[in-house]
Design a protein around this ligand. Structure first.
Ligand code: ADP
Ligand code: MG
Length: 682
C-alpha cells in the first residue's frame, strides 16, 4: 500500500518518508523506533538534577511573564513545591501563557538544567494531572527523523498503517512451533515494538522480531547451501610461488595468525570442493592482505576474483592499496579494476568491458559488482569484506550467473565460534586472533562535557603535529526528541574553534559521490577533522589519524565503539580515543569503563552482553544499512541458538517446505530470498 493512501499523508510527507527509506506501509511498520521515551511518575522538585529528563508536578507560584527580545517571544514562570522552585521557559510559543495560571497545579516534562544554583526547564511539555495520568508509565516511541518530519507524524502514520493494512501482519510460523518456542505472535510483536505498554511488552516484541531476522537468515543460508552442496571445485588452483614473493616484499612480517589462515585459504582454493570460508578477526588484525593473497593466487592461475566492500569509500581504499602492491615483486599478473555505483557512465563502461574480456582479473567494488550488466569471463572467487552487512544476497546473485565461485567472507564482528557455526551454517571459520606487534596501544579516556575545553586544546596540539582527527556523533541533524550531538552542529562548532582548519562532514544520507569526495580529502590529508556518523565504522584505514572522539558514547553499543576506535592506532603514531559521555548514569560509566580497560573485541562483546542484560531498552539500532535491524549477534546469543535449532529441525523434517503447515513459511522464505536479490540489483 502506498503511504499517500493513509489518512493524513500527502505527497509532501511521502517525500520526507522517502528520505528515510520508507516507501510503503510495509516499510513503515518495519521502521522501528530507535528508542522510547518513558513517561515516569512525576517527581518532586527537590529530587531533580541537571541533565535529567523528568516530569515534575508543581503549583504555579508566579504570574506568567511574556517578553519580546529581538524576534523572540519568551514566556517564563516558576513552579514550587515544598522541596524547591523550578523556572520554566518557552521560546516563541506565546500561546502557552494562556495555559498557565498562578495557583494552578500542573505537570511539566522536559530536560533539567542548572545555572548559578537554580534549576531550569526549557520548553517543557505541559499536562493537566488528568492528562498526564493517561500517559503515565507508558513508553512513547522515538523515531529517527528528518528535517520537516516530526515524531508525531511518524507515530500517527504507523498507527494508520497498522489499522488500514491488516495484510501486513501475517503470521508465518506454524502455531504449534510458535508456542513451543515461546514466541509472541507476529502481529502483536509489530504493534508492541512501536507502542509497548510495558518494558515486558517491548522485550517480547523485540525477541520475536530478532528471532524472525535470525531465523530467516539462517534458513536462507541453509537453503542456498543445500542447493550447491556436493559440487566439485569448479575453479581448481595450484599453489603458487608469487604469494611467497609478495610476503617477503611486504614492509612488515605477517603475524602467526595471518600465516596460519593463509595456509587454510590456499588449501581450500587448491582443494576438491568450492571454498566457503569465514575469516574472522578483530579490527586491525590485518585481514585485507589475506584477501589480496587469495586474489593474487587466482590471477596467477588465470582466473578472475572479486572483492566486495560495503561502502564506496572502503572499496576505493582497497583498490588503491592493491594498486600500490603492484609495485612489489610477485604481483605482475594482477590486473586490478574498480567498479562502483557512482562511477561515470564512461568509466563504468570501460570497467565492464575489461571485466568481460578478462583484461582485468582482480575486481574491487561495492555491490555494483553483481548487477545485471556485469559479465565476468571466469570469476573463480568472491570475497566479501565486513560480511554482516551483506549476508546471503551476493551468494544467490552469483550462483545464477555461472559456475559457483569460491566464497570468502571477512568479518570483524566478534561472535563466539560456536554461535558463528549456527549463524553461517557450515562455512569454515578461520580466526585471525593476533594483532600485529608493531602497534602502540591506543590511549583511552572516558570523560564528560567538563573535559571539552581540554579536549579542544588536545586537538590543537595534535593538529599542530600534522595529525588528523575523527569526531563521531550519533545523529546527523537536530532531532526534537533526542538530545544527542549531531554532525551538522558539531562540525559548525569545530570550524569556529579551529579557523583555517578544514573540517569535513560525512554521513549516511549523503550521496555516494559526495561521501567519496569527502573521504578522499580525509585520506589525502586536506580535511583535518572529520565529523561523521558511524559510516566510518567499517574498515577505513587512515594511518595519519590519531584521535577518535565519540560524542554521546553511551548511545552506542560497545562492539560498535570498539570498531570505531579501531579507526585510529593504525600507523606508527601514538593514538587516542576519547569517549565523551553525555549521560552520567553509573551504568553508562561502567560500560564505557570496559572499553577503557580492554582492547579485545570478543572480550568486550561478552562483558557488554553480561552488563546490559536482557532488560535494556535502547537496543534498537539507528543505522539503516546493517544486516539486521533488531537482532544483535553479540547480545542475542540465546535467540540465535533457538533460531538455529528451529531452522535445523525444519530443514531436517521438511527441507523443501512442502508440508501444509509450512506453506506460509515457504512464501515468507521466497519473499526473503527475492528481496535480497532485489537489493543487489538496485
Ligand atoms: P582489518 O583486519 O581491520 O581489515 P587491515 O587489513 O585494514 O585490518 O589492516 C590494518 C593495517 O595493518 C593496515 O594498514 C595493514 O597494512 C597493516 N598490517 C596488516 N598486517 C600487518 C602485520 N602483520 N604487521 C604490521 N602491519 C600490518
Ligand atoms: Mg577490514
Amino acid at each position: 500500500m502506498k503511504l499517500t493512501e493513509l489518512k493524513g499523508i500527502g505527497p509532501k510527507t511521502e517525500e520526507l518518508f522517502a528520505k528515510l527509506g520508507v516507501f510503503s506501509t510495509k516499510d513503515l511498520i518495519r521502521y522501528y523506533p530507535i528508542s522510547y521515551d518513558a513517561y515516569d511518575s512525576p517527581r518532586a522538585i527537590g529530587s531533580l538534577y541537571a541533565g535529567m529528563r523528568a516530569a515534575v508536578e508543581g503549583i504555579i507560584a508566579k504570574n506568567v511573564v511574556v517578553r519580546n527580545v529581538k524576534r523572540l517571544t519568551i514566556v517564563t514562570t516558576e513552579i514550587s513545591d515544598p522541596g524547591g522552585r523550578l523556572v520554566l521557559t518557552w521560546f516563541n510559543a506565546p500561546f502557552v501563557a494562556s495555559l498557565l495560571k498562578k495557583g494552578s497545579r500542573l505537570i511539566f516534562r522536559g530536560s533539567v538544567r542548572e545555572k548559578n544554583g537554580r534549576l531550569y526547564m526549557d520548553h517543557p511539555e505541559i499536562f493537566t494531572p488528568e492528562k498526564y495520568g493517561a500517559v503515565e508509565n507508558t513508553l512513547v516511541p522515538v523515531y529517527g527523523l528528518t528535517k520537516g518530519l516530526s515524531g508525531k507524524t511518524v507515530t500517527k502514520a504507523v498507527c494508520a498503517a497498522l489499522e488500514a493494512d491488516s495484510s501486513l501482519l501475517n503470521e508465518y510460523l506454524p502455531e504449534t512451533s510458535m508456542h513451543l518456542l515461546g514466541l509472541a505472535d507476529e502481529a502483536e510483536a509489530i504493534r508492541n515494538i512501536h507502542f509497548p505498554k510495558t518494558a515486558e511488552d517491548f522485550q517480547k516484541a523485540r525477541e520475536r522480531l530478532a528471532f524472525d531476522e535470525l531465523f530467516l537468515f539462517i534458513m536462507a543460508v541453509r537453503t542456498l547451501k543445500a542447493r550447491d552442496e556436493e559440487q566439485p571445485n569448479y575453479w581448481p588452483m595450484k599453489k603458487c610461488w608469487e604469494t611467497e614473493e609478495l610476503t617477503d616484499a611486504l614492509p612488515f612480517e605477517l603475524t602467526g595468525a595471518q600465516k596460519r589462515v593463509w595456509r587454510e585459504i590456499e588449501g581450500d582454493l587448491s582443494g576438491h570442493k568450492p571454498m566457503s570460508r569465514l575469516i574472522q578477526g578483530d579490527v586491525g588484525s590485518g585481514k585485507t592482505i589475506l584477501a589480496f593473497f587469495a586474489m593474487l593466487m587466482c590471477a596467477v592461475n588465470g582466473y578472475q576474483s572479486a572483492l566486495m566492500a560495503p561502502t564506496e569509500v572502503l572499496a576505493k581504499q582497497h583498490y588503491e592499496k592493491l594498486c600500490a602492491l603492484k609495485e612489489k615483486p610477485g604481483t605482475e599478473k594482477l590486473a586490478p579494476v574498480l567498479l562502483t555505483g557512482s562511477m561515470k557512465a564512461k568509466e563504468k563502461r570501460e570497467a565492464l568491458q575489461k571485466i568481460s574480456s578478462g583484461e582485468a582479473n582482480t575486481v574491487i567494488g561495492t555491490h555494483a559488482l553483481f548487477q545485471e550488466a556485469v559479465v565476468y569471463k571466469n570469476l573463480a572467487l568472491v570475497i566479501t569484506d565486513e560480511q554482516h552487512r551483506f549476508g546471503v544476497r551476493q551468494r544467490q546473485a552469483m550462483t545464477e550467473k555461472c559456475d559457483p565461485p569460491h566464497t570468502m567472507v571477512m568479518s570483524a564482528t566478534p561472535i563466539p565460534r560456536t554461535l558463528g557455526v549456527i549463524f553461517y551454517g557450515d562455512l569454515d571459520i578461520s580466526l585471525v586472533d593476533e594483532l600485529p606487534k608493531t602497534r602502540l596501544p591506543i590511549k583511552n579516556a572516558v570523560v564528560d562535557n567538563t573535559f571539552r575545553q581540554k579536549a579542544m586544546r588536545f586537538f590543537a596540539g595534535q593538529l599542530k603535529e600534522g595529525r588528523q582527527i575523527y569526531v563521531i556523533c550519533p545523529m546527523i541533524e537536530e532531532n526534537e526528541s533526542i538530545e544527542a550531538a549531531n554532525v551538522t552542529d558539531t562540525a559548525a562548532a569545530l570550524r569556529k574553534e579551529f579557523p583555517g582548519v578544514e573540517v569535513g562532514k560525512l554521513h549516511g544520507r549523503m550521496k555516494a559521490e559526495e561521501k567519496d569526495r569527502i573521504m578522499e580529502k580525509f585520506l589525502n590529508g586536506t580535511i583535518r577533522i572529520l565529523v561523521s556518523t558511524t559510516v566510518v565504522e567499517v574498515g577505513v584505514d587512515v594511518p595519519n589519524a590519531t584521535v577518535m572522539m565519540i560524542e554521546n558514547a553511551e548511545r552506542f553499543g560497545l562492539a560498535q565503539l570498539h570498531q570505531l576506535r579501531g579507526r585510529v592506532g593504525r600507523g606508527s603514531f601514538q593514538s587516542y580515543c576519547i569517549f565523551m559521555a553525555g549521560e552520567q548514569s553509573e551504568q553508562a560509566k561502567k560500560r564505557l569503563e570496559i572499553l577503557r580497560t580492554s582492547d579485545n573485541g570478543f572480550e568486550i562483546a561478552e562483558k557488554d552482553f553480561a552488563l546490559r542484560g536482557p532488560g535494556d531498552l535502547l537496543g534498537i539500532r539507528q543505522s539503516g544499512d546493517a544486516m539486521f535491524r533488531i537482532a544483535d549477534l553479540t547480545r542475542d546469543a540465546e535467540i540465535l541458538k533457538t533460531a538455529g535449532a528451529y531452522a535445523a529441525s525444519v530443514m531436517h523434517d521438511d527441507p523443501a517446505l512442502i508440508f501444509s503447515e509450512h506453506e506460509l513459511l515457504r512464501a515468507e522464505m521466497e519473499r526473503y530470498i527475492e528481496s535480497y536479490e532485489k537489493t543487489i540489483t538496485i
